[in-house]
Design a protein around this ligand. Structure first.
Ligand SMILES: O=C(O)c1cc(=O)[nH]c(=O)n1[C@@H]1O[C@H](COP(=O)(O)O)[C@@H](O)[C@H]1O
Length: 223
C-alpha cells in the first residue's frame, strides 16, 4: 500500500477537491488539517472522504483531558483513519483521546513539530536534544495507550526500535531539490520510509508542484 498521505492544506474547497482528484491514483490517503477544517468543518471532511481514500484528520488537539475527550467524541462520526493530538498534553489527555475515538481510528501523538530545531526546543525551556525529546514523548504516548506518534525522519529509526508496532507518521519530507519552507528537520521520503516510517505526510512538494499528479507519481516511484 502507498504510504503517502498528501496534505491538502488549503481553505478552498474546490481547490482541495481538485487536488484530491489529481493525485488520487498516486497517494494512499488524504490529510486534512487545521486550515481546511477551520474553513469547512466536519461537512468538508465528509465531502473529501466521499472520494474513498483513507482520511487523516490532523487537528493536533491539545487541551485538558475532558475537553479533548469530548472533542474526539464529537469527531467520531467522521471515523478518520488517523487523528492527531499533542503528546505534550500528557498521559491522561492521550488516554482520554484514545478512549473517545472509534476503534478504527488510529490516535497519533505529535511529539516535536518538524518545523522546530534544537534552538527552538531550548527556547521553550526543554533541555536535551530533539532525539531525546521525541523518545521521551514517544514513551509517554505508548504507556498512555495511543497508536503511534508523529516525529521527523531524523528520529524515526530510534522511535521504531523503541516501539516496534507503533504507527510512525513522518512529515517534513522533501525530495531532493525541493524547498524546505518552514520545515527544519527534513529528510527525503525514501529515507524516512527506509528508517521505519509507516505513513509519509507530504504537502507542498506535491500541492505546489506545477503538475501535482506527476510530483506524487515521482515520489511514489522513489520509495
Ligand atoms: O501532524 C502533522 O501532520 C505535522 C506534524 C509536524 O511535526 N510537522 C508537519 O509539517 N505536520 C504537517 O505535515 C504537513 C507538511 O506539509 P509540507 O511541509 O507542505 O510537506 C502540514 O500539513 C503540517 O501540518
Amino acid at each position: 500500500m502507498n504510504p503517502v498521505f498528501v496534505a491538502i492544506d488549503t481553505p478552498d474547497l474546490a481547490q482541495a477537491q481538485a487536488l484530491a482528484a489529481a493525485v488520487a491514483h498516486h497517494v494512499g490517503g488524504l490529510k486534512l488539517g487545521l486550515e481546511f477544517f477551520a474553513a469547512h468543518g466536519a461537512g468538508g471532511v465528509a465531502q473529501l472522504a466521499g472520494r474513498g481514500l483513507p482520511i487523516f484528520l490532523d487537528l493536533k488537539l491539545h487541551d485538558i483531558p475532558n475537553t479533548v475527550g469530548k472533542a474526539v467524541a464529537a469527531l467520531a462520526p467522521l471515523a478518520p483513519a488517523l487523528l492527531t493530538v499533542h503528546a505534550a498534553g500528557g498521559r491522561a489527555m492521550l488516554a482520554a483521546a484514545r478512549a473517545a475515538a472509534p476503534a478504527s481510528t488510529r490516535v497519533i501523538a505529535v511529539t516535536m513539530l518538524t518545523s522546530l530545531d534544537a534552538g527552538d526546543l531550548a527556547d521553550t525551556g526543554v533541555m536535551g536534544t530533539p532525539g531525546d525529546h521525541v523518545l521521551r514523548l514517544s514513551a509517554l504516548a505508548r504507556v498512555a495507550g495511543v497508536d503511534g506518534i508523529v516525529c521527523s525522519g531524523e528520529e524515526v529509526a530510534s522511535a521504531r526500535l523503541s516501539w516496534p508496532d507503533a504507527t510512525l507518521v513522518v512529515p517534513g519530507l522533501r525530495p531532493a531539490d525541493t524547498a524546505l519552507g518552514d520545515q527544519k528537520r527534513a529528510v527525503t521520503p525514501a529515507a524516512a520510509l527506509a528508517a521505519g516510517a509507516s505513513v509519509l505526510v507530504i504537502g507542498r512538494p506535491i500541492t505546489e508542484a506545477s503538475d501535482p499528479a506527476a510530483a506524487a507519481r515521482a515520489i511514489a516511484r522513489s520509495l
